[in-house]
Design a protein around this ligand. Structure first.
Ligand SMILES: C[S@@+](CC[C@H](N)C(=O)[O-])C[C@H]1O[C@@H](n2cnc3c(N)ncnc32)[C@H](O)[C@@H]1O
Length: 204
């Protein structure tokens, strides 16, 4: 008997839960015609959702690991004209990119990577932004060395015990790196589930 195969996209419960909260923020700071690079696209759930809901914006997905979640298949199966095939992009050593972007966005990546990757992250993002472009980060951060909630402190403990260098990072470290790379903080929005949506603009 002939076998039929149906495509089952990868699924992350947390990405599903926060995709509309993030979409609402993106709607406030992006404009029609923008080209947005997503770093660490993971399952691709966010970028697929954004490309469907913001069809006048062009979306470039990327991840260090295109195999784990099958990101190329996710993008191909969605057939969104404004969603580009993923780039293989390691924050530790950014490839030469021909395009320049109006925004570089990432969610839930900064607390996964080691502290030594913060400087390459910010320098890489600033380097591929157009003048006036935005660096957008969603996730949990510490302020003045303090967690915003006990649950974030617990999450940090979990990351440190189970990961390779992961842990919740200090907002001030990121903001200082941003300043060094010509990015000025424009907004810091409190988000559900103890997260922040951070917006920096390239000013020089
Ligand atoms: C917690 S997942 C977040 C995925 C997605 N952004 C979300 O919010 O659901 C972290 C992602 O970071 C990616 N990642 C880890 N180290 C990376 C690196 N050095 N460069 C680029 N991506 C990296 C992983 O492959 C993974 O897809």
């Amino acid at each position: 008997m002939a076998q039929t195969t149906s495509y089952e996209p990868p699924f992350s419960r947390s990405a599903d839960a926060n995709k509309d909260h993030i979409l609402n923020q993106l709607t406030t700071c992006l404009k029609a015609g923008d080209l947005v690079l997503e770093i660490a696209s993971g399952t691709g759930q966010h970028i697929v959702h954004f490309s469907k809901n913001l069809p006048d914006i062009h979306w470039q997905s990327s991840d260090v690991d295109l195999v784990n979640y099958g990101l190329p298949e996710v993008v191909a199966n969605n057939q969104c004209a404004n969603l580009l095939a993923p780039l293989s992009l390691d924050i530790a050593s950014w490839p030469e990119l021909n395009a320049r972007f109006d925004a570089v966005y990432s969610a839930n990546c900064i607390h996964i990577i080691g502290s030594e990757l913060l400087a390459p992250y910010v320098a890489g993002a600033a380097g591929v932004l157009n003048p006036g472009g935005l660096m957008l980060l969603y996730g949990p951060y510490k302020y003045g060395g303090e967690f915003t909630t006990q649950s974030n402190a617990d999450f940090d403990q979990y990351l440190r015990s189970s990961n390779q260098g992961g842990g919740i990072k200090d907002f001030e470290t990121l903001d200082e790196l941003a300043k060094q790379n010509g990015l000025a903080l424009e907004n810091d929005v409190d988000m559900p589930a103890n997260n922040q949506f951070l917006i920096w603009r390239k000013t020089s």
